[in-house]
Each structure stands twice: as structure tokens, then as C-alpha cells.
Design a protein around this ligand. Sequence first.
Ligand SMILES: [Fe+2]
Length: 181
Amino acid sequence: MLHVIDEVFRLFDAKGDLNYGEDVTQRQHAVQCAALAQRDGFGPQMIAAALLHDIGHLLTELAEDAAEHGIDDVHEDVGERWLKRYFPDQVTEPIRLHVAAKRYLCAVEPEYRAKLTEASDRSLMLQGGPMSEQEIAEFEALPHSEAAVQLRRYDDEGKDTTLAETPIEQFRAALEQSITG
Ligand SMILES: [Fe+2]
């Protein structure tokens, strides 16, 4: 069962150098997000969610800047479906919801939207724009929406071009524990 983790690492080996879109690679972005979750004392499932949240991009091979070309690659759904074969909801649901969490934050925190990059604002509109009042209420009622919002904040923060790259293998134990509990 844990061969899925080898598969994850193979995928990052093969495609992790793809550009994430803001001068960091997909692998750098993933390890930075995971390191932020670890820094904040979160457990293996949040660390795994942070590390794997954009795996859909590696699976579809479309870069984050696809939005510049008017394409929404729905990477959150691709990633969630692929991961769901092995990982529990605590990992896959925040991933499935991390784009919705951006639409949520843009609706409830105007200063959050103001800080989005141009590319991110463009993809927001492709993703449906800020949530309506009803969408906000529905989102907040979902079991893993809080984790999804937290994941979203790491997603925004994990783009530091000056950081040395943490070897992704460092997160193997967290990935294993996120499955086995
Ligand atoms: Fe991301």
C-alpha cells in the first residue's frame, strides 16, 4: 500500500522541476508548503495535504500559469481523485477544497484578495470569482473547510525564491503516517 509514496516521489522526480509559476518549481513549492505546516506544529495529515496539494498539476502537466491562457486545469479534482485511492479524507478534502478556499477568503477578507498576484486574480475569475453569501455558508459547513483555508494560506506563502530546497524525502515519514494514522 505504501508504494503510493514511492509513486509520489517518482512523480516529483520526473515532473517536479516544472515551473510553479512564480519563479519556484513545483517541488520547491510543495516542500515549502509542507515545511510551513510542520513549522506550525500540524500533524502528518496537514503536512501531507500541503506537500501534495498541487499534485494534480504534475498529473495533468499543465503549469500554474495555464490560467494566463484562459485554461482552468481543475487540478484540485485531478489530485484528489488520484490521492483518494490511498489517502484519507483529512488529506484529500483540504486538497479538493483549496481552490474553493481561495474563493472563500476573497469573499470574507477583502485584504486577502487585494494581495493576490495578477496571475492569481486571473485564475480566481476562471474558478468562479469570490463566493456568494450562500456559498460561504455552505463552505463553512463542510467538515474540512478550516483545514482547506489553512492549506490555502500555506499555498500563498510557499513561494519563497530565496530558500534552500529541503529534500522532499524528508517528508516520507509524514506521508506514511498520514495514511496509517
Ligand atoms: Fe499551490
